[in-house]
Structure formats: structure tokens, C-alpha cells
Design a protein around this ligand. Structure first.
Ligand code: KE4
Length: 427
């Protein structure tokens, strides 16, 4: 009998490019037919065939409190009953702005937008307007959304397709983007010594989560901060994924690095389209209508999306939230690693806060090159075998995974048991 997923996918491909509204969902990297989800509850999702999975994608990070948390759903219902949008300021946007500035010490001012792409695109424009410079630095394998200048050797879906640079990006724009190696402090030092006075901004994922998970080296973080300060470049921490994911103060609090601008998304929208960028007042005041750097958005600060975000950010502030989240992620990565070791499978894993990386390799990768040398085919086999055991991992070897506060120790143990069954028969 044909799966409903297959029927939906066949029909979707007639009307939607690749049958999906975002490339990484297409399973092109892992092969097979993408799952069409119809329902989520807590740590679980159900596909079109009513099959239940333990979910380790969580909408790519936002569902940190689990799917359909009653307090989030109620907040959305209550906000929607008052109005779906006004295109005018609302008190809830002020509440969100004040909360973000309270939780993240680097935030003196903030603007809400509707996606991480908007946040990073605008942060770059703002840095260029503030410094009067044009060049930006990013790192190979890092993904900051799909604005032209950032789709150069990008990660996530772009990396999945082996086309790290997108077509359609004019060479004139791409040439303003210098791409360096993540965790390479010496390379960053050389770039600044050669062109420090031209650099408007350095944008970086403080924990790389779009080329699988790569943890930052201390000397890399220190070089980022010190060199940007010394040369007058704006340090942009792209915390769309790590914000409220690795700690309540994001990666900036977890590692103690203070950015000039930070971009946020995912968790702060609780699953709905809310994102933000913010930082130093003197930079943010360059933004229209105060300053000459233009940015706008019909749905920016949408009250229903903000309600979902506020309810989610209320939940993550509960005492012990991040300690338990990190414990679950660590229980998962350690359990999987022990099982693989027992069965002689070349596999390792690591977690940072509530996000994790799985690698078919003997050693934890510390760079883009080392990630690319992991066994992608082995990951793809593992992905499908785990799907057969009712566990939904990210459908790409180049993505991080996520746990939620709705996952239980029993869910983690069941996931480890599923992997153990697979590893015991691993060829
Ligand atoms: P969005 O425009 O997709 O909301 O955010 C872009 C973005 C910016 N910065 C970072 C660090 C991000 O991880 C992202 C988006 N992440 C991917 C998953 N790795 C979104 C999933 C997708 O593209 O479908």
C-alpha cells in the first residue's frame, strides 16, 4: 500500500519545487521520501500514515518546550482572539523587546523581524551602514539564512546539495564576502592584518550547527572579539540556533563573549515566525526611522507570533530548565557513543546545552574539513534505520539535533536501545 507520505510528496512535487518549502526537508541528502507531519505533541510527531516518532528536529530548534505545549497554545489562542495583526506597534512587542534585553546583556536595543534570514541580512546591512565599510567575513559551513552575500560556501541545505555557493548570487556581491575556516584563529588574524580596515563585520555561529555541530575553540572566540575590537569591525554572533538553546543567555553567556550585534530566531518564536537582531545602542540607532539604514517588515513583531515566543521564553526561565535539557542531550550522546563502541562502529557524538551532533567518525570534528571527512553514507543508513525504529533525526549529516523539555529519560533510553539494535547488526 502506498504511503500517504508518498502520495502527498508526489502531488506536492507538481506544485512546489522539490515538493517542499525549504530544501533540507526534501530528504535529498539522505534519500527516500520525506515525511509529511500531521500532528505534534510533546516529544513526538505523527506522519501522514499516523506513525509516531520521537522527534529530535523540533522544527529545527524552536520546539524547545515540546510540540503543542498547553501554555504556548493557549497564549497563541488568546492573542489570535484579539487580532491576528495590525501593522502597528503593540504592547506585546515591547514586552518581548524588554525581555530579550533583560536575558541577553549584549542587547541594548532590538528590532523584531520574521525570520533568521531577515535578522542576519539586516545585521550585515546595519554593520555596513555603521562602519561605512563593505567587506564581511563568514566561515565555511556556517549558514546564516539565504540572503545573497551570505550564501557563499554556506552550510545547512546549501551544503547538503554540494553547492555551497548558490547560483543567482551576482559575483559583484559574492566578492564582498571573505570565507575563512571555522575555528582557525590564525587565519582570521591573517585576514585582519591584510584587510582589517575594509571589514565591516564578521558573522559567525558561536556554536556551528549547520555543518553538523562544531564546538568553538576558546582561542577562536577570543580572536573574533579581540580582532573586531582592534580593527573597528562589528562582531555579529548569529544565535538564531544557539539563542536560548545552549543556555538562557545563549552561546554568548555560555562562553562569555560579548558581540556588538546578535541575531535571534527559532526558540524566541516558539515555532511561529518571530526573530530579532539587536545589540549596541550606537549601532542600532543607525536604523530607520532614526538613522539611514533602512529595514522594514509587514509582519515584524506580529502579536500572535510574539505571544508564542513570550510563552516559550517564560517556560525556559523555569528553574533547572537548561540543566535538565543539557542532561538529556548528554545522556543521549553518551549512550549512543557507548553502544557504538560496544559494537565496534566508528561513531562519536557530542552535545552543547540542548543541541547535539552525531558523527560516523572516530574523532569529534573541529573544522569544516573534518566534518566533510565523516562517513556521510553511514549517517544516511543510520538515519533510515532509526526512522524504522520510530526515531526522527535531522534528515542530513550536516545538521545538528535538538532535545526538548518534553523528552523524558525513557525517550532517551528508547532511542539508545533503537541505535543499539542497529549497531549490533552494523556491517
Ligand atoms: P530562517 O531564515 O530559516 O528562519 O533562519 C536562517 C538561519 C540563520 N542562522 C542560523 C544559525 C540558522 O541555523 C538558520 C536556519 N537554520 C536552518 C536549519 N539548520 C533552518 C532549516 C531550513 O533551512 O529549512
Amino acid at each position: 500500500m502506498t504511503s500517504h507520505n508518498q502520495e502527498l510528496f508526489d502531488a506536492s512535487q507538481k506544485r512546489i519545487p522539490g515538493g517542499v518549502n525549504s530544501p533540507v526537508r526534501a530528504f535529498r541528502s539522505v534519500g527516500g521520501t520525506p515525511l509529511f507531519f500531521k500532528r505534534g505533541q510533546g516529544a513526538y510527531v505523527w506522519d501522514a500514515d499516523d506513525k509516531r516518532y520521537i522527534d529530535y528536529v523540533g522544527s529545527w530548534g524552536p520546539m524547545i518546550a515540546g510540540h503543542c505545549h498547553p501554555e504556548v497554545v493557549r497564549a497563541v489562542q488568546d492573542a489570535a482572539a484579539q487580532g491576528l495583526g495590525f501593522g502597528a506597534p503593540t504592547a506585546s512587542e515591547l514586552e518581548m523587546a524588554e525581555l530579550l534585553c533583560k536575558l541577553l546583556p549584549s542587547l541594548e536595543m532590538v528590532r523584531l523581524v520574521s525570520s533568521g534570514t531577515e535578522a542576519t541580512m539586516t545585521a550585515i546591512r546595519l554593520a555596513r551602514g555603521y562602519t561605512g565599510r563593505s567587506r564581511i567575513i563568514k566561515f565555511e559551513g556556517c549558514y546564516h539564512g539565504h540572503s545573497d552575500g551570505l550564501l557563499v560556501k554556506a552550510g545547512s541545505g546549501a551544503l547538503t546539495f554540494g553547492q555551497p555557493s548558490s547560483s543567482g548570487v551576482p559575483a559583484e556581491i559574492a566578492k564582498l564576502t571573505t570565507v575563512l575556516d571555522y575555528n582557525d584563529a590564525a587565519g582570521l588574524e591573517r585576514a585582519f592584518s591584510e584587510m582589517g580596515s575594509e571589514i565591516a563585520a564578521v558573522i559567525v555561529e558561536p556554536v556551528a550547527g549547520n555543518m553538523n555541530l562544531i564546538a568553538p575553540k576558546r582561542e577562536f572566540l577570543d580572536a573574533l572579539r579581540n580582532l573586531c575590537t582592534r580593527h573597528g569591525a562589528v562582531l555579529i554572533l548569529d544565535e538564531v540556533m544557539t539563542g536560548f538553546r545552549v543556555s538562557l543567555q545563549g552561546a554568548q553567556g555560555y562562553y562569555g563573549i560579548k558581540p556588538d550585534l546578535v541575531t535571534l530566531g527559532k526558540v524566541m518564536g516558539g515555532g511561529l515566525p518571530a526573530a530579532a537582531f539587536g545589540g549596541k545602542k550606537e549601532i542600532m540607532q543607525c536604523l530607520a526611522p532614526l538613522g539611514a539604514v533602512y529595514q522594514a517588515g509587514t509582519l515584524s513583531g506580529n502579536p500572535v507570533a510574539v505571544a508564542a515566543g513570550l510563552a516559550t521564553l517564560k517556560l525556559v526561565q523555569e528553574p533547572g530548565f537548561y540543566e535538565r535539557l543539557a542532561r538529556l542531550a548528554k545522556q543521549l550522546t553518551e549512550g549512543l557513543s557507548m553502544s557504538a563502541k560496544k559494537h565496534g562502529v566508528a561513531f562519536c557524538a557530542q552535545s552543547v546545552g540542548g543541541m547535539f551532533g552525531l558523527y560516523f567518525s572516530d574523532a569529534l570534528p573541529e573544522s569544516y574539513g573534518e566534518v566533510m571527512s565523516c562517513d556521510k553514507e553511514a549517517f544516511n543508513r543510520f538515519f533510515h534505520a532509526m526512522l524504522g525504529q520510530d526515531v526522527y533525526l535531522a534528515p542530513s549529516a550536516f545538521e545538528a539535533g535538538f532535545v526538548s523539555s518534553a523528552h523524558t529519560e525513557a525517550d532517551i533510553e528508547a532511542t539508545i536501545a533503537a541505535a543499539d539494535k542497529i549497531f549490533s547488526a552494523w556491517k
